[in-house]
Design a protein. Sequence first.
Length: 377
Amino acid sequence: MTDPVISLLRDLVATDSVNPSLVPGAAGERQIADAIAGHLRGIGMDVQVQDAAPGRPNVVGVLEGTEPGRTIMLCGHTDTVGVAGMTAPFDPVIRDGRMYGRGAQDMKGGVAAMIDAVRIARERGFRRGRILIAAVADEEYASLGADALVRDWKADRAIVTEPTELKIGIGHKGFAWATVDTKGRAAHGSRPADGRDAIMRMGRVLSRLEQLDRDLQSRRPHPLLGTGSLHASIIEGGRELSSYPDRCRLQLERRTVPGESVATFGREMDAILSTLRSEDPELEASVELMFSRPPYEVSHDDDLPRALSAAAATAGVATSTTGMSFWTDAAILGQAGIPSVLFGPGGAGLHSTEEYVVLADVISCRDTLTQFVLNSL
């Protein structure tokens, strides 16, 4: 007989939930939200559907105990990245102890595990406190779902079931996006005295950014997260081969660690452009900060990682604490005053053309979460 958590995972992977902010016209989270809401009702939870944006629902399941106690939130996102290059992204295939399909690792394996943990906890006599299941939209783009969630819901602690290979993630990097524009003067390519090359001027900016990145990566690393970094993501400019380009635009990303912020990045960019203008007063260049999310680290005084580690040991799961390089909704929960850690199954291929999750890890994750809920409430 197939374990219920694997059956649930198969249903989730089979449901197209590609984020429409990433892929215009994509399915979004409505269908998977309806499926999760129905499943949560079936295991005895009260369900509320919350629109993070039109057609972009969160699903929150609530299981109330009969005695007072802590509120525990188990949180995961329902959206996925796109499926370009995949042959059958929504046809979950099990092979060699793995389930393949878009979202299997990122992060429907974790979502299935947290939902099924509540089913088992209820069957084992859950009675004290409250459990929240939060299945949120849009983590892969702007985290509209998590932003909406924390406006209406609070908890004493949370576990975000992102893929961590059954390690306890106690922190992760943040990021900031910026756009740099350089201006030139259009002219025929045969008349250099009339033209000003915006792309060549962007080259100066790129050179300074490369120097900054080398400096960032040479600094003393954070014990778990390493150093900050930056990279040039997208560049475009010019209009035709035989013309001096009058414009060039660069989009870049800065990854931040605790102690750094979007303000840090802003000061770095201002310093670079200020230096370049002092070297060439005719340089026309500007920077605009587009979007950012902060790094996150659970308080060293919080007992949440230790409690989760104890639950894992009781469930027979070996674990350890670690830091994660990627950003997650845990930062939004943490900023809202909900101490949070990451804990989810292992696998490979997130955001690639072949993605899978390890099924034994999904079961181990579910069993650990079950034990944590029963220990904590």
